[in-house]
Ligand binder design. Structure first.
Ligand code: DMJ
Length: 545
């Protein structure tokens, strides 16, 4: 429309009559107006399109609250969880305060004793300075190597790394426990690989994973308990036809991570099939008997139901697998929510006279309630708090806080400030809420209580949990520290407990790692939005799916 002005020269323009010039002006004005109208109509159309697109995108957000309820449809969108990029891996720079420094000194003391007296063997007997063998896999080194890394102990880490690289082999003709080797050795190697990106760790993990796969060769796919790594064969334990429920359901985080890291889905497929199979078995409101037959694929009817020994980490791995896979596998969340409701209905009771909340058991055969709680059960408050932080109901957190306090009292009740292996509760006493039988009064310096303290501290920021951890750490220092390391004790009720002369690998792998993290000023040093921690305290990255 502006053409007339451009192409008409001055001379010709001057020759036009006033009327002709007015017509040209009018044409230009009309053209310009039409152009402006056309432009405006296009902009408003785009705007409408954009608005309707954004309305469509937001539509599924209306269902966000579904996350706290059992979700039946796998297609419901979930909150996105971000894969950890290599440049986002945490950098561990060592202790930052006196308490962390004290824990590092404990780790160094234990490591030095093990190095001098049992290097390359599974365990140290820290009183006599002898070695103890279990699987002949240098268990203490492999299990505690990522703790050295997290504590910033570069010298110890390098010593261990060299041993793994040069000495760790899986070719011995020897039976090992499938679950223990998976959580301690495979889990340890995978954490070290994730943090360092050193392929040597992944190569070792893959070799081990290949050999452990023999466990799945049962008729049902439910793993056998024992694997001969050298021969690549597997079988049930000598004393039974059954596998332990918590054992067969506590390998999935590790096998999945191995698949993701090695690009071989076979590991994840075999382990995930076990969870799926168990998902379809009948249960008591989500609660499972502690034995399962790898031939038939069925639970042992009327076996004990407990969140302690042989049951515990079944529940832990339901939640953690759901988190590891970016909240995309809905039946895991369903099973977890149903089970925790089952815990509330059948296992959670209050003691007398103080009404302390505790988790009891249903006895084998009769299913009668037994008011006893293993120290192992003290993993539960941490797991409940983790679920709550990921959108699960508020009463899960209330239960976590109450159980945390009960677990604390199982320590505080004794002159050693250490907890026994098992605590019994009274349901109708007027004087004592809890008591310890002599046969149950030992301690292996287990991690579950300090593990839960760390979860509670990271997820709430409440420093009371740090104070409780510090009190327990004093108990370890005063009663369990011996010249070559830290020893299990026979009786927490005695101020002069008999020393059992055994340092469990989980004391370095888990107990000291959780204490170190608990005392960190930066409570997100290992961020629970980015990591799931396996049952042996080895951090593994969370994936998108
Ligand atoms: C560890 O080996 C693991 O935490 C396992 O799941 C349970 N028992 C010990 C520590 O108590």
């Amino acid at each position: 429309m502006i053409l007339p002005i451009v192409i008409i020269s001055d001379e010709r323009w001057n020759r036009l009559s006033r009327l002709q010039r007015s017509i040209v002006y009018a044409l230009v004005v009309i053209g310009a107006t039409l152009l402006i109208l056309l432009y405006l109509s296009k902009v408003s159309k785009d705007d409408v399109n954009k608005k309707s697109r954004s309305a469509l995108v937001q539509e599924p957000l209306k269902n966000v609250s579904l996350v706290i309820e059992p979700v039946a449809d796998a297609s419901v969108p979930k909150k996105t969880v971000v894969d950890i990029e290599s440049n986002e891996r945490p950098i561990f720079t060592g202790p930052k305060n006196a308490r962390q420094y004290a824990v590092v000194q404990s780790f160094k003391h234990a490591w030095r004793g093990y190095k001098e007296h049992a290097w390359g063997h599974d365990n140290l007997k820290p009183v006599t300075g002898m070695a103890a063998e279990w699987f002949s896999l240098g268990l203490t080194i492999v299990d505690s190597l990522d703790t050295a890394y997290v504590m910033g102990l570069t010298e110890e880490f390098e010593e261990g790394r060299q041993w793994v690289k040069n000495e760790l082999v899986f070719t011995k003709n020897k039976d090992v426990n499938f679950f223990e080797v998976t959580i301690r050795v495979l889990g340890g190697l995978l954490s070290c690989h994730h943090f360092t990106q050193d392929e040597m760790f992944l190569n070792k993990a893959t070799d081990l994973g290949d050999r452990l796969m023999a466990a799945f060769s049962s008729p049902s796919g439910i793993p056998y308990s024992d694997v001969n790594l050298g021969a690549r064969t597997a079988h049930a334990p000598e004393w039974s036809h059954y596998s332990t429920t918590a054992e067969v359901t506590t390998v999935q985080l590790e096998f999945r991570e191995l698949s993701r890291a090695s690009n071989n889905p076979a590991f994840e497929d075999a382990a995930a099939a076990v969870s799926e199979k168990i998902h379809h078995l009948p249960k008591k409101h989500g609660l499972v008997p502690i034995f399962i037959n790898p031939n038939s694929g069925h639970f042992l009817p009327h076996a004990t139901i407990t969140l302690g020994a042989r049951g515990d980490s079944y529940y832990e791995y339901l939640l953690k697998q759901w988190l590891q896979t970016g909240k995309t596998i809905n039946y895991l969340l369903d099973d977890y929510l149903t089970a925790i409701e089952g815990v509330r209905q059948f296992l959670a009771k209050r003691s007398s006279p103080s009404k302390l909340l505790f988790i009891g058991e249903l006895s084998a055969g009769s299913e009668a309630f037994n008011p006893k709680m293993d120290h192992l059960t003290c993993f539960l408050p941490g797991t409940l708090a983790l679920g709550h932080a990921n959108g699960l109901p508020d009463w899960h957190m209330t239960m976590a806080e109450e159980l945390m306090y009960t677990c604390y009292l199982t320590y505080a009740a004794h002159p050693t400030f250490l907890a026994p292996e098992i605590t019994h509760f009274n349901l109708a006493s007027t004087t004592e809420d809890m008591y310890t039988k002599t046969a149950d009064a030992h301690t292996l310096l287990r991690p579950e209580f300090v593990e839960s303290l760390w979860y509670m501290y990271q997820l709430t920021g409440n420093t009371t949990y740090q104070e409780w951890g510090w009190q327990i750490f004093q108990g370890f220092e005063k009663y369990a520290k011996v010249p070559f390391g830290y020893t299990s004790l026979a009786n927490v009720k005695s101020e002069k407990p008999v020393q059992r002369d055994m340092m469990e690998s989980f004391f370095l792998s888990e107990t000291l790692k959780y204490l170190y993290l608990l005392f960190s000023d930066d409570r997100y040093v290992i961020d629970l939005n980015k990591y799931v921690i396996n049952s042996e305290a080895h951090p593994l990255p969370i994936h998108k799916n």
